[in-house]
Design a protein around this ligand. Structure first.
Ligand code: CA
Length: 229
C-alpha cells in the first residue's frame, strides 16, 4: 500500500506524540491538529486518507468535526477512527451514527491502534479490482464504490458500502454479526454493537419506498440477512 497520510486530532500532547511516533514507525505520514477548528481546516487542505479523531476537543468537539466531514462530498468518504475517554456507550453510538467507522476507548494499546488503522485503510484501498455484485435491481460496483438500487446510486459511507457488499454476497442467507464484524472491522473479538448501529443506518438508506423492498432482516441471536420482500 502506498504511504497513507493520517491526520491525528488530539488535544493531549502526550497521546498525540506517541500515536504519531507509532504510526510513523509503521511507515505512515502523519499530520496533527489539536482542536476542532484546526482539524477541519487540515482535513480540507490535506485530504488525509484517514482521520484519528478524539471526541473531547477544544473549540469544536469531535462529533461536530465528524458531522461536518460527512456533510461534504469531498470529505465524507475519509474513514474516521474515533478516540473516546468516556465510559458512556452512548458517545460511541452517537459517533458511529454520525458516520465514524471505528472507535477505540482510552487508554488503548498502540499495537491495537495500528492494527485498526491498517484494517480501515485496507478496506478503503480494496476497491481497485474491478468487480460487480449483482442481484435483481441491486448492483454493486466495487471498482468505483457505487451501489445502485433500481439504477439510483445509494449514498453510503465506506463502512455501509462494505456491509451491503458482504450481505449482498450472501443474498437471502444469514450473516452472523461476528462474521460481519471480522469481515468489515477486523476487530479482535470486538463489539457487535458497532454492527447493529451500521445495519440500522444502512437499512434506512435502502428504503426507497418501492416494491420489492430491499430489506435487512434481523434474526435474533443469529445475525442479518438481505432479502427482497
Ligand atoms: Ca481530548
Amino acid at each position: 500500500m502506498p504511504e497513507a497520510r493520517i491526520l491525528i486530532v488530539e488535544d493531549e500532547d502526550a497521546i498525540m506524540e506517541i500515536v504519531s511516533q507509532a504510526l510513523r514507525r509503521h511507515g505512515y505520514e502523519t499530520a496533527s491538529a489539536s482542536d476542532g477548528d484546526a482539524a477541519l481546516e487540515k482535513i480540507f487542505s490535506l485530504r488525509p486518507d484517514l482521520v484519528i479523531l478524539d471526541l473531547m476537543l477544544p473549540k469544536m468537539d469531535g462529533w461536530e468535526v465528524c458531522r461536518r466531514m460527512k456533510a461534504e462530498p469531498e470529505t465524507e468518504r475519509i474513514p474516521i477512527l474515533m478516540l473516546t475517554a468516556r465510559r458512556d456507550e452512548r458517545d460511541v453510538v452517537e459517533g458511529l451514527e454520525l458516520g465514524a467507522d471505528d472507535y477505540m476507548k482510552k487508554p488503548f494499546s498502540l499495537a491495537e491502534l495500528t492494527a485498526r488503522v491498517k484494517a480501515l485503510l485496507r478496506r478503503t484501498g480494496e476497491r481497485r479490482e474491478s468487480r460487480i455484485v449483482e442481484n435483481g435491481d441491486l448492483r454493486i460496483e466495487l471498482d468505483d464504490e457505487t451501489a445502485l438500487l433500481r439504477g439510483t446510486p445509494l449514498d453510503l459511507s465506506p463502512t455501509e458500502f462494505r456491509l451491503l457488499e458482504a450481505l449482498a454476497r450472501k443474498m437471502g442467507r444469514t450473516a452472523s454479526r461476528e462474521e460481519l464484524l471480522s469481515k468489515i472491522w477486523s476487530f479482535y473479538g470486538g463489539d457487535t454493537r458497532t454492527v447493529d448501529v451500521h445495519i440500522s443506518r444502512l437499512r434506512k438508506k435502502l428504503d426507497d419506498g418501492k416494491s420489492p423492498a430491499l430489506a435487512i432482516n434481523s434474526l435474533r441471536g443469529r445475525g442479518y440477512r438481505l432479502v427482497w420482500e
